[in-house]
Design a protein around this ligand. Structure first.
Ligand SMILES: [Mg+2]
Length: 258
C-alpha cells in the first residue's frame, strides 16, 4: 500500500513539475503553501518562509514570533541549523578579513546580544520570542552575567584579533550594565577589545538603534578608525550611516529591534 501511495506521489509530483508536453498548464511551483500531499496543514512550511522573511528584512517591526512557529523556531535554535547558519556568516567574514592588509586603525564592530553573547537560555524559558518582551525579567538575566559566547562568533573574534584587527563592541545595553557586560564578555572568552560602547540612555533617549549605532560609528570614524567589518543579529546593527566596509548578518528569529 505504501509503495502504491509513493508511486502516485511521484507521478503527481512529476506531472506538476513538468506540466504537459506543449507548455499548457505548466506549473513549476505547485501553489499549495501550508499543505502537504494529502492537503494537511504543515505549519513548518509557513514558519520557514516567515524566518526567511525576517532574515531578509522583508518582515519588519514584528513584536513576537507567530504562535504556530514556537516549535519550529525552538527546533531551529536548539538544533544544528542555527549553528550552521552562524558558521556560514562568520566564515565569510573571516575569508573577507583575511584578504585585507590590516592597519593599526582598522576596527571590527561587534554587536553584543545574539552576536557576541547568547541569551538563548533566557529565551528558551520564554517561548523563543513568542512572549512579549519583559524588560524586568530580561535585565535580571543580563545582570547574572552568565550569557555564554556564541561559539562561531567567538571563533571569528579570535581570528580577527589574530589578524591584528581591533575590536569594538557596540551594544544597546545601557550604561548601568557596563560592568556586568565587561565581566560577562571576559568570562565568555572575549579577552581584549579597543572599546565597549554602551548606550547613554539620556543622550539617546527615544532614538532607534539605527540612529544610536550610526551616531556612535560616525564618532569612531571621526576618531580616525576605519570600520572594515560590522557584524550583528539585527538589521538595525547594520543599516543607517557609517555601516562599515562590509556587514554580516547573523540569524535571529527571536526578536526585532528597530
Ligand atoms: Mg543583538
Amino acid at each position: 500500500m505504501k509503495v502504491v501511495v509513493l508511486l502516485v506521489a511521484i507521478i503527481v509530483g512529476a506531472y506538476q513539475c513538468h506540466g504537459s508536453e506543449h507548455g499548457a498548464n505548466f506549473q513549476v511551483f505547485p501553489l499549495r503553501m501550508k499543505t502537504g500531499l494529502g492537503g494537511h496543514y504543515i505549519p513548518e512550511v509557513s514558519c520557514k518562509s516567515w524566518r526567511l522573511g525576517v532574515e531578509a528584512h522583508n518582515v519588519i517591526d514584528w513584536k513576537s514570533i507567530p504562535e504556530e512557529c514556537v516549535g519550529y523556531i525552538g527546533n531551529y535554535l536548539l538544533g544544528d541549523q542555527y549553528r550552521s547558519d552562524s558558521k556560514t556568516v562568520c566564515r565569510e567574514a573571516y575569508l573577507y578579513a583575511k584578504t585585507l592588509n590590516i592597519t593599526a586603525k582598522d576596527i571590527w564592530v561587534f554587536d553584543i546580544d545574539e552576536t557576541t553573547l547568547s541569551n538563548l537560555e533566557y529565551y528558551a524559558d520564554h517561548g523563543f520570542g513568542v512572549e512579549p518582551y519583559n524588560e524586568t525579567a530580561f535585565n535580571e538575566w543580563v545582570n547574572l552575567g552568565e550569557a555564554p559566547a556564541l561559539p562561531e562568533s567567538l571563533k571569528l573574534y579570535n581570528k580577527l584579533v589574530g589578524l591584528g584587527v581591533k575590536i569594538v563592541f557596540l551594544t544597546g545595553r545601557p550604561l548601568n550594565q557596563e560592568t556586568v557586560t565587561t565581566a560577562n564578555l571576559k568570562h565568555a572568552g572575549y579577552h581584549t577589545w579597543l572599546k565597549l560602547i554602551v548606550k547613554n540612555t539620556t543622550l539617546y533617549s527615544g532614538t532607534t538603534a539605527v540612529t544610536y549605532k550610526s551616531a556612535e560609528r560616525k564618532k569612531l570614524e571621526e576618531e580616525g578608525y576605519n570600520i572594515i567589518g560590522n557584524i550583528g543579529d539585527q538589521w538595525s546593527d547594520l543599516l543607517g550611516t557609517n555601516t562599515g566596509n562590509r556587514t554580516f548578518k547573523l540569524p535571529d528569529p527571536m526578536y526585532y529591534i528597530s
